[in-house]
Design a protein around this ligand. Structure first.
Ligand code: HPA
Ligand code: ZN
Length: 328
């Protein structure tokens, strides 16, 4: 109880959050009804849907996550989704959040990119005005669709770059190394966009090297497989490269299966710049504070360590230097 009060008292930043992964089953069914899209869902009832949230690995989660996206059709849907997340984030005392979205998941289904971006953006503005939460948006490429589709997506997004802070790389990792996206990340850089990439979640440490060397990223998303490579850890420490770690996600997707606690302890005993995040909280059973709570309860983190981790999140954010100093 006092732990929860302590967590609630800390104003926090979140750096690894997929907006599609905040779609709670209740809202999913509400939007399905509103859009006459119940047939597009893999489950007919809320209870069935919730029962299906039981994953073996990343792919089994992605299958359900993409299926759930089928109910998102209008800019109002994206607004409602984002507002619901921001209200929930407020309850966890999140004051700054950097939100991923997967444009290809929606444009592939015929939803215009403009609807997606403008719906989310309108909620971001409303969230800043009424909840006091600052946020930015990171356009994430689906790595399994390949580099040409990513480049096409970046080109389509050019009219909306005023609403976008950076690009990311997500979806099925094994078999899709980061290096093949070098050209599209290079283009993103010339457009003035920040770069981050999921690497070393299920994929090997080599994928983290590639993201660093070929994509010129400012953060590694997940990155927990760096534990396989001592030299990589040293390099990440020396460059103060942030990792956006998501404990409940790793737990639910069976990354490091039986030994997650041990591996997380190892990670936290290094000098790496670790940040704590919720990834897809509607699917993994907890928003940001629950991710901190899991570490406290399972690894015995003390409050000073929690304060350090939360400061890392602001340090690793894309906030201005002034804003960072205010928060740390
Ligand atoms: N990994 C890869 N792709 C994703 C994830 C993730 O954790 N969440 C949403 N898309
Ligand atoms: Zn993720």
């Amino acid at each position: 109880q006092s732990v929860l009060r302590f967590l609630a008292s800390l104003p926090k930043a979140e750096l690894h959050l997929h907006i599609e992964g905040t779609l709670e089953p209740e809202l999913m069914f509400e939007l399905a009804q509103r859009n006459h899209a119940l047939d597009s869902l893999p489950c007919k009832t809320l209870q069935e849907m919730k029962a299906a949230y039981n994953f073996q690995d990343l792919q089994s989660f992605l299958n359900l996550y993409y299926a759930g996206c089928a109910v998102l059709r209008t800019d109002q849907d994206f607004y409602d989704l984002t507002m619901a997340y921001l209200r929930r984030a407020k309850a966890d005392n999140v004051v700054h959040t950097e939100i991923f979205f997967d444009p290809q998941t929606h444009t592939q289904r015929g939803v215009p990119l403009k609807c997606v971006i403008e719906g989310i953006h309108r909620a971001q503005e409303e969230g800043q005005r009424t909840l006091g939460i600052t946020s930015c948006l990171i356009l994430s490429f689906l790595r399994d669709l390949g580099p040409e589709a990513a480049m096409q997506t970046l080109n389509e997004a050019e009219p909306f770059l005023g609403h976008i802070t950076g690009v990311g790389l997500d979806s099925c990792e094994l078999g899709f190394p980061p290096g093949v996206f070098q050209e599209v990340f290079q283009k993103a850089k010339t457009l003035g966009l920040k770069r981050v990439a999921h690497a070393g979640e299920e994929g090997p440490a080599q994928y983290i090297w590639e993201a660093l060397q070929k994509l010129d990223v400012q953060r590694i998303d997940h990155g927990v497989k760096c534990l396989e490579d001592r030299k990589l850890i040293e390099s990440l420490e020396a460059s103060e490269m942030p990792l956006t770690v998501c404990p409940l996600s790793n737990l639910e997707l069976k990354v490091y299966s039986g030994e997650l606690e041990k591996r997380m302890s190892e990670l936290l005993s290094t000098d790496l710049c670790i940040t704590i995040n919720s990834d897809d909280p509607a699917y993994f059973g907890g928003y940001l504070n629950q991710n901190y709570l899991w570490l406290i309860q399972n690894l015995g983190l003390d409050s000073q360590r929690v304060v350090d981790l939360h400061a890392n999140s602001f340090r690793a954010s894309f906030l201005s230097q002034d804003a960072k100093t205010q928060h740390c």
